[in-house]
Design a binder for this molecule. Structure first.
Ligand code: UTP
Length: 467
């Protein structure tokens, strides 16, 4: 784009204040300004702005005809356990055939956690303080060893944290993963806009932008060319999770197996809601279609409803763990990106001039990955135990914080020991590296090789790490 092109675009959207600002810049900065504007999808932003400026768009969406979906429950009966066994075999087969890739979305801003680095670098494991990224990489490495197949790891970053994330993986030598098999790609950024339709600057040469939401992963995967590349290499299914859940079972074969048995395009893991107040999206069937509805978009009667036993009626809380068929992601992109955009209305501290900071209103636009569910022809959903698979690190302290995640990790590892008949006292922190055992069955086998004395010695040391 040249200067005339820039003026043409900015005039089209009534951004005369930016033209005036540009005119006052020195040559080098002018070039930078153009480069920064050029890569933004202003057409999309103003389309969304016009849409969200209409009074109807501000009204909360009313859902009717809501019921619980068909969800594969926890496995209890002999038949359920047999199905689980079959699903696992099917999933393992698919991994062995090299059909499964893993995507971790790690592009968010992590504002609640308030950590200065990408969230994946947050030290979380209870004994060794391994970062989240390491826990995932070690799981993948352990699976590659077990199944004798490479599992590509895709990490979605954002403009803000891309460089640091890549440098971090380089500094740790990719945790022994094949670096040719780890792919980083950036999600798109969209300019935020004021309610009056003004784009604002974050510096002399750039606009104030925000990452386009976790749904942006399905767009950027396509845009980056990685989707076509995976398909051409014969991959078919993509395991998806968020960077902030240290308990996630990466590429869980049981989950993959059920996804295949249902011939699903999207699958989801859910956990029982802790309380009616828990701020978690719910997996529901609405007008015959499965979808996830955000807590805030659901009327109170649904969050509070109880069944005849007094349990929470709409219980299926979203864990943000999914499997997507790669062909389905392709379909979502073929005729323009299919996911709907949401508008978050926020307040930010904005420097209007030097030494003059004001709170201003802005709108930011993003897509949510779970909005893909109702677009799928076939879906699958399974319940998992929260204490085994879901403990997100969202807040600095309190619920869903590093403290609760560490505690949940210790409890999980301790429960594995208990199932092997070994009691670990409360005060002894425990950590089991995925490289020692990435699932309970593996652990059972390996721990049986330890003698009684070795175990007693381990407990006596007051801290347990198996790696
Ligand atoms: P959250 O919605 O919890 O956002 O993202 P966040 O950025 O991590 O934290 P807050 O809300 O600012 O405190 C859930 C997951 O989705 C990813 C995050 O990295 C996290 O793994 N995400 C979110 C993206 O990759 N991109 C986005 O634009 C938003």
């Amino acid at each position: 784009m040249d200067e005339n092109g820039l003026f043409e675009v900015l005039k089209r959207y009534g951004q005369y204040h930016l033209i005036e600002h540009y005119r006052g810049l020195e040559e080098k900065k002018k070039e930078e300004f153009i480069k920064n504007i050029e890569k933004l999808d202003l057409e999309l932003v103003f389309k969304l702005y016009n849409h969200f400026s209409t009074p109807e768009s501000d009204k909360p969406r009313k859902y009717s005809n809501i019921k619980n979906s068909n969800i594969i429950g926890l496995h209890k009966t002999a038949e359920e356990l047999r199905m689980k066994h079959l699903a696992k075999k099917r999933g393992e087969e698919l991994i062995r055939q090299g059909k499964v890739a893993v995507l971790i979305v790690a592009g968010g801003q992590g504002s609640r956690l308030g950590f200065d680095y990408p969230k994946g670098m947050f030290p979380i494991s209870p004994v060794k303080e391994k970062p989240l990224f390491q826990l995932f990489a070690e799981q993948i490495r352990a699976m590659e060893i077990k199944y004798q197949r490479r599992i590509p790891l895709l990490i979605m970053t954002s403009e803000e944290n891309h460089k640091t994330t890549v440098e971090f993986f380089e500094s740790v030598d990719f945790y022994n993963l094949d670096r040719e098999n780890v792919f980083f790609f950036e999600q798109n950024m969209l300019p935020s806009i004021t309610p009056k339709g003004r784009l604002i600057r974050s510096s002399d040469t750039s606009l104030y932008v925000n990452p386009d939401g976790h749904g942006g992963s399905l767009k950027a995967l396509y845009g980056s060319g990685l989707l076509s590349r995976l398909l051409s290499l014969g991959y078919e299914e993509l395991f998806y999770c968020q960077v902030d859940n240290p308990l996630v079972k990466i590429a869980d074969p049981v989950f993959i197996g059920y996804h295949m048995m249902h011939n699903a395009e999207v699958s989801t893991k859910v956990v029982r809601k802790r309380s009616p107040e828990e701020k978690v999206g719910l997996y529901l069937n609405v007008d015959g279609k499965d979808r996830i509805i955000e807590y805030s978009d659901l009327e109170e009667e649904y969050n509070d409803a109880r069944d005849e036993k007094g349990d929470i009626l709409y219980w299926a809380g979203n864990t943000a763990i999914h499997i997507f068929s790669l062909e389905f992601i392709m379909d979502l992109n073929k005729n323009g990106f299919a996911l709907p955009y949401h508008c978050a209305r926020k307040k930010i501290e904005y420097p209007l001039r030097k030494n003059l900071i004001r709170t201003i209103d802005i709108w930011k636009f993003e897509t949510f990955v779970f909005d893909a569910i109702p677009l799928a022809k076939r879906t699958c959903c399974m319940e998992v135990k929260r204490e085994e698979e879901f403990s997100p690190v969202k807040n600095k302290e309190g619920l869903d914080s590093p403290i609760t995640a560490k505690k949940d990790m210790i409890n999980l590892y301790r429960s594995w020991f208990e199932k092997a008949g070994i009691f670990i006292p409360e005060h002894v922190p425990v950590e089991i590296s995925p490289l020692f055992a990435f699932e309970e069955e593996d652990f059972m086998e390996k721990i049986m090789d330890f003698s009684k004395e070795e175990i007693e010695d381990m407990i006596g040391q007051g801290i347990i790490y198996l790696g």
